[in-house]
Design a protein around this ligand. Structure first.
Ligand code: CTP
Length: 420
């Protein structure tokens, strides 16, 4: 269950965007309705929002909605008698701290990549010279088109923070990659940017190489079925992004997830615990530290069948699956860690701290991050997390409920203490 964005903001780092000036660019796709939620998130967190919209965007969401929610006039025409200045786009771009283009259609992405300025939004985008975030939304075939891919690459190469779309059901009836990310995730990305500026984190981890695992593993039973779990991967991805923002070189080994990949991180997707094991064993000796946030399956089918398992006869007899333990990647890394810093996760339902401490010791970790399923808002399906960190000196650090991005910052702070 994904938490509804309105309630979610309560846990967000309100102070990060408070007083900030956000230009929201809205182009003409069905996801334009999500701009309303995005404006609410920014406004409730104390930011000022001004909207620039294309003519087509206003076919999907009304100007009145955008103006009522933002509390400001929408800029949609270069030559409008109501503009304050004849160069409204310049005035607007001087005003904004960040520009968030959401949704970004293939058309506006193409214009931006090619330097075309023929309406209020495309002109403003070219006039803006601070941090730009782009959240594409389009049909999956359009998203995979070579020209769109090329244009996105140009944006990325020029410092745009690309918030990759999610996979799923698309309004056009297709299923695939192209659905605009949810407003709370876009809000998080912008908050994380301001966190970096506010804290002046600098490059404390420059020169360090760090391995991170994230997401679930899928253990195949037959060609169409597998044993998996509900891990979303968001915690591990947030850690990878945080490490990268502090200057580390990050190797992210991820199970199957639909989270947007963090920028400038070496990401490799794996499927099974065996594949995750093999890659981690290869990478760990090259790294200074590892944070293992993946929810690795503890058991797998003894032998995955080559053919699909069929129902047996009309009587539907009971089916027994023989499961065998997987390799414990973290424990194996603990045995060969040397002076490397090693951190693991524990998700517990009972005797939480006791169980976490015994994992810390048996796997020879420097620290372990404990999530309790008894804490409301913590766990796989939430955007928030409530963590406790136990370290190898016997110390316990308890944190309040925070967004996963903020929890990631706490975890990386702890890693820095052990590593530097
Ligand atoms: N882990 C791993 N390899 C496995 C299983 C877990 O690397 N085969 C790592 C996870 O990434 C996490 C930690 O170990 O950092 C979790 O420890 P674990 O003892 O596996 O926790 P649970 O799977 O919850 O174990 P249990 O069900 O016994 O509580």
């Amino acid at each position: 269950m994904e938490v509804f964005p309105y309630r979610l903001f309560l846990y967000k780092s309100v102070h990060l965007v408070e007083g900030k000036k956000v230009i929201l660019g809205v182009s003409g796709g069905i996801a334009a309705y999500k701009a309303a939620f995005l404006i609410r998130l920014f406004k409730k967190a104390g930011a000022e929002v001004r909207v620039v919209a294309t003519r087509n965007a206003l076919e999907f969401i009304t100007k009145v909605s955008l103006e009522s929610l933002s509390g400001n006039r929408v800029y949609d025409e270069v030559f409008s008698p109501s503009n304050d200045y004849s160069t409204e786009h310049i005035a607007l771009c001087e005003w904004g701290d960040v520009f968030v283009l959401a949704p970004a259609t293939a058309n506006i992405i193409g214009k931006l990549a090619s330097g075309i300025a023929d309406d209020a939004l495309s002109t403003s985008l070219l006039a803006f010279n601070r941090q730009l975030f782009v959240a594409p939304a389009m049909n999956c075939n359009m998203y995979e088109h070579f020209s769109v891919k090329r244009n996105l690459r140009i944006l990325k190469d020029n410092g745009v923070d690309l918030i990759e779309p999610a996979e799923g059901y698309l309004a056009c009836g297709w299923e695939g990659k192209g659905r605009m990310q949810e407003p709370d995730l876009i809000f998080d990305r912008v908050s994380a940017f301001f966190r970096g500026i506010n804290e002046g984190k600098g490059n404390a981890l420059a020169g360090k190489r760090i391995l991170v695992t994230a997401g679930p593993t899928y253990e195949d039973i037959d060609p169409v079925r597998y044993i998996g779990n509900n891990s979303s991967g968001r915690m591990g991805y947030a850690i990878a992004a945080e490490l990268q923002s502090r200057g580390a070189k990050v190797d992210l080994v991820s199970g199957p997830v639909s989270v947007a990949p963090p920028e400038n991180v070496e990401l490799t997707y794996v499927r099974s615990s065996e594949q995750m094991h093999d890659l981690c064993m290869k990478l760990f000796p090259l790294c200074d530290a590892a944070i293992m946030a993946a929810a690795v399956a503890d058991y797998k089918a003894e032998k995955a069948r080559q053919e699909k398992i069929k129902k047996s006869g009309k009587t539907r007899d009971k089916l027994t699956l023989e499961l065998v333990p997987t390799k414990d990647i973290l424990a194996e890394m603990g045995r060969s860690k040397g002076s490397r810093v090693l951190a693991g996760f524990a998700l517990e339902t009972d005797n939480e701290e006791e169980n976490a401490r015994s994992k810390l010791q048996s796997k020879r970790l420097d620290f372990i991050v404990l999530n309790s399923l008894n804490d409301k808002g913590a766990g796989f399906s939430y955007s928030t997390n409530k963590i406790t960190i136990l370290d190898n000196k016997g110390e316990v650090f308890r944190y309040p409920l925070k967004s996963k991005e903020e929890a990631a910052a706490d975890i990386v702070d702890k890693l820095e203490k052990h590593l530097l």
